[in-house]
Design a protein around this ligand. Structure first.
Ligand code: SF4
Ligand code: SF4
Length: 256
């Protein structure tokens, strides 16, 4: 962890000694849709946050002098690496954590604590088969397992404002308007991944959005129409832009 991340962790939990990691399987299957598979069910920030807060409520009475801080996504911890170190799964060359049953279709939540806990064994590596790197449409995956966020469609589709020309061209040709999934779907460790047992992620899903679903909505109206959804945090503007880029490309391809 960088000095900046250590100081962020120290602010959240002074004298932190341990981190607990939990995986939340989210996938319901490979149906077609223009939203990433992670964003089709309930927003994991809310689901994982509630589950981990419930966990803390149960353990806190046994350790009244200790602090437990729940972290979901907005975290100083290197989540995938940490989850790998504690034995929750293996780390892939695409930067994702894989568990034995659900592949990389898992969210990570963490609890940072000043309670000293013994480490659990872990750290199995991925197959290093390179399928994720070969499949990535934008060359965002480095040979050393790093992901370049300026090229990764998962980051670009969520970026606000006007995109630079190269990024706009990549989003226009992307398989999704939010997120990506290409490297996950190419990975052999994800073959036969078991569906999530959590109805928050498998019921009441939204697979795709069309222009009419976003038309005329302010940011607040958008978030009210789709409460607790991971694709709403940036408002409707990036989704509208991504849909427009993809439609324009489709038209240009049809009438060269
Ligand atoms: S596709 Fe191969 S190299 Fe990439 S994460 Fe999966 S097993 Fe590892
Ligand atoms: S999410 Fe998509 S763009 Fe990002 S590294 Fe994976 S395949 Fe490449």
């Amino acid at each position: 962890m960088s000095a900046q991340r250590r100081s962020w962790a120290e602010k959240l939990c002074p004298d932190a000694k341990s981190a607990l990691f939990a995986l939340f399987p989210y996938d319901a299957g490979p149906e077609t849709g223009n939203l990433s598979r992670y964003a089709r069910g309930a927003d994991y920030h809310a689901v994982a946050g509630r589950a981990l807060n419930c966990f803390v409520l149960q353990v806190q009475p046994y350790y009244p002098a200790n602090r437990f801080v729940v972290l979901t996504d907005d975290s100083p911890l290197p989540e995938a690496f940490g989850a790998c170190l504690c034995g929750a799964g293996r780390l892939g060359d695409n930067g994702l954590i894989f568990d034995g049953a659900h592949g990389s279709f898992v969210f990570i939540g963490a609890v940072l604590t000043d309670l000293a806990l013994p480490p659990t064994p872990g750290g199995r590596g991925c197959l290093h088969c390179g399928a994720c790197r070969r499949a990535c449409p934008t060359g965002a995956l480095g040979a050393d397992g790093t992901v370049d966020p300026s090229r990764c469609l998962s980051a670009l589709t969520q970026q606000g404002g006007e995109l630079p020309p190269a990024a706009a061209a990549a989003v226009a040709a992307a398989p999704r308007i939010w997120g990506c999934d290409v490297c996950s779907e190419a990975c052999p460790l994800n073959r036969g991944a078991a569906p999530s047992p959590n109805p928050a992620f498998t019921e009441n899903r939204i697979l795709s959005l069309a222009p009419g679903d976003l038309e005329g909505l302010t940011r607040r109206q958008f978030q009210e129409r789709y409460p607790e959804r991971a694709f709403t945090w940036r408002g409707p503007a990036p989704l509208r832009r991504n849909l427009a880029l993809q439609q324009e490309k489709e038209q240009n391809d049809a009438n060269p």
